[in-house]
Design a protein around this ligand. Structure first.
Ligand SMILES: C[S@@+](CC[C@H](N)C(=O)[O-])C[C@H]1O[C@@H](n2cnc3c(N)ncnc32)[C@H](O)[C@@H]1O
Length: 241
């Protein structure tokens, strides 16, 4: 099953998790926003956008455009699935391009990098944030999640080799950072239920999911909240002329 098919099945559960705990991944969405100095009126493209979750973290004065290939992320508002590429925007349309947790579904990332280069204006910024291949998060997703979810999980995660890949597509990479942060919840049960839905894990109870998260990722406490440790690798790039 390819990833378009996987998300056709899983998108609704993912959207449900994001609707029920809309701020759990707040720190994650702020990573690209903080790295893309946004100006009034900027056009920001977001791909793949899921259900458009990033929007709530953008300043009101920017214009957001999301592209999501799988219609199951939306209730009934989108007629059907659409290809990821080509991106649905004109050359030089965007000031900023953001991509969170999507490219690990793509074996060959160069066609997407080239398309993002095309839709960005010269000097525009691309912030790419996804799982690093050598991380607890990658091991958690391909191991624990893959064992229990309906479709399995095998990511093609980012490494430092994505820097020359981006450079080959006409970008200058100005920062490459491994960033650790948390997904925050009111209770351990919420944490487990969110992950069961987001990753569509079946045949495993909430307490066992929470145990797996604690053992493989670790958790922190803050003001009565529980945070599961998460990490992404963020590459910030500028489109050359
Ligand atoms: C983990 S979600 C991330 C969505 C959103 N950016 C977020 O952070 O919640 C993974 C995304 O990858 C998309 N996707 C599916 N097949 C893909 C592919 N072949 N290449 C890139 N993305 C794909 C899915 O539709 C989904 O939006």
């Amino acid at each position: 099953m390819n990833y378009e098919d996987i998300f056709r099945e899983r998108g609704a559960a993912y959207a449900h998790a994001m609707a029920a705990w809309p701020d759990a991944r707040r720190e994650e969405f702020l990573i690209p926003v903080d790295r893309a100095p946004l100006q009034t009126g900027d056009v920001v493209v977001d791909v793949p956008a899921g259900g458009g979750y990033l929007q709530r973290y953008l300043p009101a004065a920017v214009r957001w455009f999301g592209h999501e290939p799988c219609a199951s992320f939306f209730d009934t508002s989108v007629a059907g699935d659409q290809p990821l590429l080509p991106l649905p925007w004109a050359d030089g349309f965007a000031d900023v391009a953001l991509s969170i947790a999507g490219v690990h579904h793509q074996e060959d990332k160069l066609p997407l990098y080239r398309e993002i280069h095309r839709v960005l204006r010269p000097g525009g910024r691309f912030v790419l944030a996804d799982v690093h291949a050598d991380s607890d998060v990658a091991r958690f997703l391909d191991g624990f999640v893959g064992r229990y979810n309906s479709t399995g999980h095998r990511g093609i995660y980012l490494t430092a080799t994505d820097i020359p890949r981006l450079e080959a597509c006409g970008f200058r990479v100005v920062a490459a950072e491994r960033l650790a942060y948390h997904w925050w919840f009111a209770t351990r049960t919420d944490m487990a239920d969110f992950c069961r839905l987001l990753f569509d894990m079946q045949d495993i109870g909430g307490p066992a999911v929470a145990d797996g998260i604690e053992a493989q990722l670790g958790v922190s406490q803050r003001d009565g909240e529980i945070g599961m440790r998460w990490e992404l690798y963020a590459l910030t790039a500028v489109r050359l002329e």
